[in-house]
Design a protein around this ligand. Structure first.
Ligand code: UD1
Length: 419
């Protein structure tokens, strides 16, 4: 199994280009199922989750061609409407094929994702919304089995803000008969990016990016082209790393307009942040100041940035109160950060992080994708050597993280086996 070895204490300097957004690329790739004509995508990140999505689409009979950051998907000859357990369990976002398959083919069988390290994460809202659109849905042998001759437009109010739930329902509604209104819709920029891709395929969608999305169903969608938006979480992770180690880094190909909550917190922590159209320069001198965080749906502070900021608070001056409101079990990194010498107390969904002057390197284990990013940041500041095991979590969502950090001056390498 691969690990990362980090020698902490080296400031980061230089320039790094932000990759395409994982959480936009995955739903948009699934949207290819909605049309019999090819969908051409650019700026698709080279990630393990993207490879899993390609594998899943291949299983369904979608032909794909990949060259660098470009992916072309052709769902002209779909052969199966079943997303099997062995793929869905490695990537929950596989549930995103449910809406498109049902809308275009009138049936779908998608494995329930099952447990997940950061919480329960049910898909009841996806199901409830599709039922409101007239689908017959049952759970059989661990699979969601959905049928509908043609989905009908409906008014759907989700019980909570759900990102992939909104995306699944929006995709399904593009081919439904009549108008669908999704109330309490997720406002995440990735939902807007998906809507843009769907519109490029001939869908009629208003209000994406607000909490009320209106979709006017059409008979069919055609092929299209789309460039995937920049990854605001990857960008935020790099910025947090620089805020922790000190130094000065410029991000290019970024989308700062989608990153207000993150950039505000970095400024509060004492970083100098300058924003251009698609660039962000962050400089940091000395020790950061601790910041309080409360995760919330967009435009609030992203739960996917919580672990990285907690790592920053670990070495900050003062104490930060971190409240996680989206996932019930998203503090798995705390025990690992404590192994590096962090002072963190957890009470329910709140963690109080008292900054210490320095962390000391140790062997730690990644527990989920963003937790591993937090551990990398802690390792970059810890004195001595830190090894991070189970970095397949990191590879799910970050493209060549160690090579890009090394180019900025970090001492970090990937090692194999039990070394
Ligand atoms: C997406 C992101 C993930 C991010 C999360 C929250 C993708 C591929 N993943 O995940 O990186 O951390 O948004 O910003 O885009 N819920 C239900 N029933 C449902 C759906 C959700 O109870 O049917 C609950 C979840 O358990 C969670 C909350 O709603 O507590 C939000 O989850 P949701 O927005 O759906 O997360 P994902 O879309 O899975």
């Amino acid at each position: 199994m691969e690990k990362l070895r980090i020698e902490g204490g080296h400031p980061l300097r230089g320039e790094v280009a932000v990759a395409g957004a994982k959480n936009a690329a995955l739903p948009i790739m699934c949207a290819a199922l909605l049309s019999g004509e090819p969908l051409a995508l650019a700026n698709v990140p080279q990630l393990h989750d993207v490879a899993t999505a390609l594998k899943l689409l291949d299983r369904l009979g979608v032909k794909s061609r990949r060259a660098g950051d470009r992916v072309e998907l052709d769902a002209g000859a779909v052969a199966s409407v079943e997303a099997p357990y062995e793929l869905v369990r490695t990537m929950r976002a596989s549930i995103l094929v449910l809406g498109p398959l049902l809308a275009r083919f009138g049936e779908a069988r998608v494995s329930l994702p099952g447990g997940c390290a950061i919480g329960q994460r049910p898909v009841d809202q996806h199901i409830k919304g599709l039922q409101a659109m007239g689908a017959q849905i049952s759970i059989e042998h661990g699979y969601v089995v959905a049928k509908a001759a043609r989905l009908k437009g409906a008014r759907i109010v989700t019980d909570m803000v759900t990102v992939t739930g909104t995306e699944n329902l929006m995709m399904a509604a593009t081919l439904a008969d009549g108008e669908t209104v999704i109330e309490n819709a997720a406002r995440e920029p990735e939902v807007l990016d998906l809507a843009a891709a769907l519109v490029a395929m001939g869908a009629r969608i208003d209000g994406a990016g607000t909490d009320r999305i209106v979709v006017h169903g059409v008979e069919r969608l055609h092929g299209g082209e789309h460039r995937v938006m920049a990854d605001r979480i990857e960008a935020g992770t790099f910025l947090c790393a620089v805020a922790a180690t000190g130094g000065e880094v410029t991000l290019t190909q970024a989308l700062p307009a989608t990153m207000d909550a993150t950039l505000d917190k970095l400024r509060e922590a004492g970083a100098g942040v300058e924003v251009g159209g698609d660039s962000i320069r962050l400089s940091m001198k000395g020790r950061p100041r601790a910041v309080d965080l409360r995760t919330a749906p967009y435009p609030g502070f992203a739960t996917d940035m919580q672990a990285q900021f907690m790592a920053l608070d670990c070495i900050a001056e003062g104490a930060g109160v971190v409240t996680e409101t989206i996932f019930e079990n998203r503090f798995m990194h705390v025990l690992e950060l404590q192994r590096l010498g962090a002072d963190i107390a957890i009470e329910g969904n709140t963690a109080v992080v008292r900054g210490v002057p320095g962390l000391s390197g140790a062997a730690v284990m990644a527990t989920d994708l963003r937790a591993s990013a937090g551990l990398v940041i802690a390792g970059l500041v810890a004195e001595g050597e830190t090894t991070i095991d189970r970095i397949y979590h990191l590879d799910r969502g970050y493209e060549q993280m160690e090579a890009r950090l090394a180019a900025l001056g970090a001492r970090i390498e990937r090692i194999r086996g039990s070394a």
